[in-house]
Design a protein. Structure first.
Length: 400
């Protein structure tokens, strides 16, 4: 794609800018950057925008249907630009989305949260299409932004598009969890990939008083919450801002939890049985809600899987990620108590239901009342301030 070939005068892009301004996602100080750094320039000819109605990624090819392609580019939707770490070929979606263009409302909300000022140096982790690095470079100027991407092909494409747009951040191929020491120290670190633990290198490469902004989550589910950490020496601490969902840093992807392996290790017939008074409406709250994130904070090394509802019944499964423990709660319409099965060294449903009661007893706090403190290689979550209630949080890959 070339600058000359790109349609510049697009009503859809103008409308997107108005929508972002009206929602507050795009602030007035970032409006000139939005106008100058066109998302469409950073998108490949074949891409997969997410259809919010069907909840599926659908192909959009600029060569075959440019109107549909531009409509997607100018919409506030996430767009997948790579599947399966680049191994996928063909028009249809792949198995695992591994690079994307984030929703414009998310991108510009993050840039506001980052709170950059003239003269600052920024590390951008997860180059992806290059749009975020381009926006930061437009705002801060040359020599101020370093962007790191683990995938060499993705990085090369982003570099080419940035150069075509007259934007020249330092583009580095490498493991984003290691940062980029050669250009440190940084005033800001922005990650647009989900993490499960804050890499020590980010703290070490950030000035005291600097900020790390990243989507942080647990193994419990795919959801994250943006955390804004202030760095002082070897410690970083700060509050969660809002629920989000990002593709995960490749170095911190969780191991697969194969359902059949768990049931082979502990068959359903031999599981411990009980019931729970918790209802489906209380427990199955959906994506981007507070409860799954809080349960992940309180129940370590556990993954939840909510199945589709069929014939009035919905099973919710829980898998231990360091042993073969599992649990299942079956919610059925019209039944007062849900059935529970548990197997293995851990009683996962007991842990989850205890965490639910802990959350309810404290008034069902939302994610903004929680925060994170990172001390060397240890992480602690807390509620209502680091000096209030605090407990360690563990990633599935941490040593047990």
């Amino acid at each position: 794609m070339t600058v000359d070939a790109l349609r510049r005068d697009r009503p859809g892009r103008e409308e997107l800018g108005r929508v972002l301004m009206g929602s507050g996602a795009l602030s007035s100080d970032w409006a000139p950057t939005f106008a100058a750094v066109d998302r469409a320039l950073f998108l490949p000819d074949l891409m997969w925008p997410y259809d919010m109605t069907t909840r599926a990624s659908v192909p959009a090819d600029r060569r075959e249907d440019p109107d549909a392609w531009y409509a997607a580019a100018d919409s506030d939707v996430p767009i997948v630009t790579q599947w399966d770490d680049g191994a996928h070929r063909g028009r249809g979606p792949g198995e695992l989305a591994t690079s994307s263009s984030s929703m414009p409302s998310v991108v510009y909300a993050l840039l506001q949260d980052l709170d950059v000022a003239e003269g600052m140096r920024v590390l951008d982790v997860g180059t992806g299409t290059g749009e975020t690095a381009g926006a930061l470079t437009h705002r801060l100027g040359p020599g101020r932004v370093t962007t790191v991407e683990v995938d060499g092909t993705v990085s090369a494409s982003a570099r080419e598009r940035l150069c075509r747009h007259g934007l020249y951040p330092e583009v580095v191929v490498g493991d984003g969890s290691e940062g980029h020491a050669d250009s440190a120290p940084y005033d800001r670190v922005l990650a647009t990939v989900g993490i499960r633990r804050v890499p020590p290198a980010w703290i070490g490469q950030t000035r005291s008083g600097g900020v790390i902004l990243a989507p942080w989550g647990t193994s419990y589910g795919n959801g994250d919450a943006m955390v804004r950490l202030e760095v002082e020496g070897e410690v970083a601490t700060g509050s969660f801002i809002r629920s989000v969902e990002f593709m995960k840093l490749r170095a911190q992807r969780d191991p697969a939890a194969a359902h059949g392996d768990y049931l082979s290790a502990g068959p359903l017939a031999g599981a411990e049985r009980s019931t729970t008074p918790l209802t489906e409406a209380e427990f199955v709250t959906g994506r981007f809600t507070d409860l799954p994130f809080v349960l992940g904070l309180r129940v370590p090394r556990c993954r939840q899987a909510v199945a589709e509802k069929r014939d009035g019944a919905r099973p919710v499964w829980f898998y231990g990620l360091t042993d073969m423990s599992w649990a299942c709660v079956m919610f059925r319409d019209g039944e007062r108590h849900a059935s529970v099965w548990q197997s293995g060294p851990r009683r996962l449903w007991d842990e989850v239901s205890d965490a639910y009661r802990w959350w309810a007893d404290r008034g069902s706090p939302d994610v903004s009342r929680f925060g994170l403190t990172v001390e060397k290689e240890k992480q602690y979550a807390w509620l209502d301030g680091p000096g209030h209630e605090r407990w360690p949080v563990h990633h599935s890959l941490d040593q047990v």
